[in-house]
Design a protein. Sequence first.
Length: 745
Amino acid sequence: MRTNEPFDLLHPTVQRWIYKQGWEDLRQIQKEAIGPILSGETDLVISAPTAGGKTEAAFLPACTAIADGTDGFGILYISPLKALINDQYRRLESLCEMLDMRVTSWHGDSPQSAKRAAKQLPEGIVLITPESLESLLIRESGWVQAAFESLKYVMIDEYHAFIGFERGHHLQSLLTRLEHLLERQKAPIPRIALSATLGDMESVLHFLRPNKTLQCQLIEDEESRSSMKVQVRGYVDVLPENSTSSKGIESYADHRVAEDLYELLRGDSHLIFANSRRKTEFFAALLSDICESTFVPNEFFPHHGSLSKDLRSEVERRLQEENIPTTAVCTMTLELGIDIGKVNSIAQVTAPHSVSSLRQRLGRSGRRGDPAILRMFIVEDELTANSSLGDRLRIQLLQSIAMIRLLLRKWYEPPDSELFHFSTLLHQVLAVIAQWGGVRADQLWALLHGSGPFQAVPVEHFKTLLSDMGANSLISQLPTGELVLGEIGERLVNHYSFYAVFETPQEFRIIVREGGRILGTLPIENLVPKDQHIVFGGRRWRVLDVDIEGKAIYVASAAGGKPPSFGGGGLSVHSLVRQEMLEIYKEGDYRVDSEGIKIDFLDKNAKKLFSEGLNSFRDLQLERRCLISSGKSGYLLPWMGDKIVNTLTMVLVKEGFRASSFAGIIEIDDAFHSSIFDCLIRFAEEANLSNSDLAKLSPSKQTEKFDHLLHEDLLDEGYGAKAFDVRGTIDWLKDAIRMEMLQPT
């Protein structure tokens, strides 16, 4: 280890631990983080790729600061995943053993003995989820006040997983409430956020502490490897009429994808990302079938949130070994920073939803200094006389290409800062009242709005929320003016599911009848009937029995079957992605420029698909118009994000058109070009609709856990901000009109 000033600031025992690891030197982000963290005077965001040394950058100086002991916990580490907490616990063990420092894992699956020991003698580091912290604040706030009295740091891992979501607002509120409980408003506890993928850094820094009582500093990894290899493979789905398959193969193209995955990935460790649990199970089963048919041991295993902890842990263990060939077919469960070592490559078998997610996944690849490898497998339908416009434009392939280009330019989606999160606000009103027993309305406003994360909520909306909560017995007001829990509010808070702000649906366990092994769970609304054949855990089963009372589905090994439906929806696509898609077709070139050299990353089939899409784009003259007619239908292509697409679609529906959208393309049935044009012109000129006005027309707008408890006006405001963008749509329309892209033909 070379002598350097930042290293010399670390505790001698921490220095010895570093020497013991055999490190030649600290990484640059680790050096840069030491001074700011030890100063205790600034918040910090540390941004680096997966396995880029972020954890050590935070913990080495933070452990130095508390190495000589504190009265109570010194470091509060917050993670979105229990599995990540368990992983960090293992990573910290050797360092903390040398420091004689206790580390406590605290979540729903943590041993009760460890929690009891920490309650009797709180010290060192506690690793916790937001939901467990909420439980402690409500049920044991007195102990929390004593145990965290000398807290020096709050660390937030996988920071990007919180930003812009209801769980992020919950976390912000928890940290604000914790500082108030500890009376640390004037001496805030420094927050250290760790993340691999961040966009719009100004919003990111603001999100960490909205009231700005501490300045926030950014440390970004400037020395990380940027070398990567990318290939996009194209497939055409040609499914003969009346074709069936006893094995539940959805398309012949998917089967070809599975065969290529087998040939490319067998014999090493990889991750295959599918955007849904159903697709994950589907490809895991296909690949397992191929292994069986070729008489080789299976190397392909599913990994998603509905599988049992044992099944997920077994896959993680195999990946950590690195000498056992293992490919995990997974959802975003392996996108976050669970330590599985570095894998050889990443495969994406569907078009990605976001550049940020793609970057996070790619960060898993590239071990032993090798380049990161990304392969995309994109299936498009065979073109026929009845093909949709999206198929003709090869829109899935185009979206994938656009995201790769934006990834290489290091652009990532910024957080949506215009959301109200009324569901989470209602939850926090109940939580604060439960924590303190009773509070005044002005105290709630000061805590949740003034100091907390709900600064976008106007006071009129807050008053409406409290009034409606009172009318529905969620809260009530004492003669002294204090708000307390009402009958229904008390029932909600006392239920074990209250602490999470995200929906936790009732689920049935899937159990192997012979031996009683639990494979995982299935949401109650997606139950499978008796005798149905299903795919789960990458294997095929027959449902023997469904025990409604015991909430159990009993299965036995079988042949055939399809993955069950797991529920859940897709993510929104950002406007810049769609603008990049348009630019690619306008240029007529998908390649990436690197130091004056055009880099090609499509295989032969993908190139053919791209040419087909480009020809359709040019034949339809979409470079100069965005409203076209085809047969009895009209098509509107704004090349903008889903919020603007949703807005245009709902405006047309409001005016009586039968309009629907897919992949950013709006189809209007039985409509003349001129009538669509006139409708859009009126909307742009009158501008008399709001986001909430459009939300009133939406058939389903309850998207967050406590939305069903909200006043209808607040539900409309909240959903309107999430789904629509009237202002942005009018700006786009005016530009399109000015550029004559909407003119009638």
